[in-house]
Design a protein around this ligand. Structure first.
Ligand SMILES: C[C@@](CO)(OP(=O)(O)O)[C@H](O)COP(=O)(O)OP(=O)(O)OC[C@H]1O[C@@H](n2ccc(N)nc2=O)[C@H](O)[C@@H]1O
Ligand SMILES: Nc1ncnc2c1ncn2[C@@H]1O[C@H](COP(=O)(O)OP(=O)(O)O)[C@@H](O)[C@H]1O
Length: 310
């Protein structure tokens, strides 16, 4: 058996997030377009006498909100894989976080995806992407995308994925929120605001086609016009600073901006990697440099980085 295996998995941004009505199982049907971006989580799985987990930050951001018990998604992922494949070995997982915690960028899901890939390699299970994605969907709606990466349309809870043709790399600036937002709370707020307005979900209104066309053409301006997020009003209602951050991003020259997933991270689209650096430099005095990350997308899904032979 190998001594330890490290895997990485990417953060995501939702280029489109259409939210349908609340289902009986407590979830909402989604039509979303995920893009994997170059902020990564790294998970190292090492054989151990007992199950355990440790967490560090890759970039100095606060990781105190990450649970260190059996509710941690990475640990749950490793234990689920062991249980389903009949593995009687414990591992210690070390997580190095490069994705903001509770930021709407699926950091916990990326940890689960990386843990599945690392443990699958450590235990030499050869489960394959689809096998791991089926387990991932049991852990969280965003976990299958963390495994697949690139750009994909997600339907159902977001776990049913179809790749999208993308002909260009896009440049992003992410502005971290000052406090995390809970995903279930944002979905609840969305339902509450819709009930107040008498508004209902708007499926099939051509927004998906506009995003797909912009991605196929590799056109950042067209993508900027097509970005949309049905959870944005709910996230802004719970965290009003988001509206101000979006306005600051536009004033600083972003092609477009939107709330990432359920927030509170704000994603700003730039015209190029150099444009993203300029945008971040412009915003640093406004929001503080510690809250800015630049990235590109799409990038690959979860993969083994450095298998260490025993
Ligand atoms: C909103 C999105 C958009 O990609 O991302 P984040 O902002 O969390 O990163 C996802 O739908 C989040 O997926 P994930 O974070 O994996 O959520 P899950 O653990 O599956 O669900 C947590 C809770 O969110 C709500 N939920 C989630 C997914 C969905 N399609 N409908 C929902 O209503 C439910 O209240 C559920 O109990
Ligand atoms: N490995 C993990 N990393 C981060 N958060 C985790 C993890 N496991 C469980 N959680 C819980 O999931 C919540 C959502 O975290 P995260 O996945 O970072 O954000 P989001 O769902 O907004 O994309 C956290 O507040 C935390 O309580």
């Amino acid at each position: 058996m190998r001594g330890a295996v490290t895997a990485q998995a990417p953060a995501k941004v939702n280029l489109l997030l259409q939210v349908g009505p609340l289902r009986e199982d407590g979830y909402h049907d989604l039509v979303t377009v995920f893009q994997a971006v170059s902020l990564h989580e790294e998970v190292t799985a090492a054989p151990a006498r007992e199950w355990g987990i440790s967490v560090e930050s890759a970039d100095g951001t606060d990781v105190s909100g990450v649970p260190l018990d059996s509710s941690n998604l990475a640990l749950r992922a490793a234990q689920l894989l062991a249980e389903r494949r009949g593995v009687d070995e414990a591992v210690h997982l070390h997580v190095r976080k490069g994705v903001p915690v509770a930021g709407g960028m699926a950091g916990g899901s990326a940890d689960a995806a990386a843990a599945l890939v690392a443990c699958d390699a450590l235990w030499q299970l050869h489960s394959g992407l689809d096998g791991l994605a089926a387990l991932g969907a049991e852990l969280g709606s965003d976990v299958p995308f963390g495994l697949h990466g690139r750009t994909a349309v997600g339907t159902g809870r977001g776990e049913q994925l179809v790749p999208v043709l993308t002909t260009a790399s896009f440049a992003w600036v992410f502005v971290l929120g000052t406090a995390g937002l809970s995903t279930p709370a944002v979905f609840r707020e969305c339902d509450r605001l819709r009930a107040l307005d008498g508004a209902s979900a708007q499926p099939g209104d051509g927004r998906l086609e506009a995003v797909e066309l912009a991605l196929r053409g590799g056109d950042a301006e067209a993508l900027g016009r097509a970005l949309s997020n049905d959870l944005a009003d709910a996230a802004c209602s719970l965290a009003p600073e988001l509206g101000r951050t979006l306005a600051a991003g536009r004033a600083a020259g972003a092609v477009a901006g939107l709330v990432s997933g359920s927030g509170p991270t704000v994603a700003l689209l730039a015209d190029s990697p150099a444009g993203a650096q300029r945008l971040a430099a412009e915003l640093a005095p406004v929001v503080g440099p510690g809250r800015l990350r630049t990235a590109t997308g799409p990038v690959a899904g979860a993969r083994v980085l450095e298998p260490v032979a025993s």
